[in-house]
Design a protein around this ligand. Structure first.
Ligand SMILES: [Zn+2]
Length: 165
């Protein structure tokens, strides 16, 4: 599949995701990603966890939306209005390969079509695995393409993950 861009991600953000995935295992967990877009590159700068009122199950995760909105606003302000909401991340416990489910595609389509999210090609990171074997990241971006005489369609593209210290 065509790689549609690069997502520069600090190792500390990946470490935070795997720590949280281990903590909630075997339940799903997740959160949001903050940073900025630089042409076709995504630059992730920080991580938001699930929040205290998130709902975790073995096959589903729902973030604490009030907590996330507050954290998104705080990080935006503290970054001098540079860092915006880029998308979501979540874990797939006991999966070997990270793959987007039909629910995941719906979530990404909702974000891409949501004017308040202020990003028309949001990213999604899924980490698949378990504590003893470790977690494998997969990363995508989605964009709504308008179609005549039919519902808008979500185009999903692979991103290349580049981790830096
Ligand atoms: Zn999922």
């Amino acid at each position: 599949m065509l790689v549609h861009g690069i997502a520069w991600t600090p190792s500390t953000v990946l470490d935070a995701m795997t720590t949280e995935a281990n903590r909630q295992y075997p339940l799903e967990t997740g959160g949001a990603l903050m940073g900025y877009l630089n042409d076709k590159s995504y630059v992730v700068t920080s991580y938001i966890g699930p929040g205290p009122n998130a709902i975790h199950s073995r096959t589903h995760f729902q973030p604490d939306y009030a907590y996330q909105e507050q954290r998104i606003a705080d990080i935006y302000q503290h970054s001098g209005r540079r860092d915006i909401y880029l998308g979501d991340w979540h874990s797939h416990p006991n999966d070997v390969t990270p793959r987007m489910s039909s629910d995941d595609r719906r979530v990404l389509a909702n974000i891409a079509g949501h004017r308040d999210a202020r990003i028309d090609r949001p990213m999604m990171i899924i980490i698949a695995g378990e504590p003893s074997r470790g977690w494998v990241p997969g990363i995508w971006c989605g964009q709504i393409s308008p179609r005549l005489l039919w519902f808008p369609r979500l185009d999903v593209h692979d991103l290349e993950l580049r981790i830096f210290d």
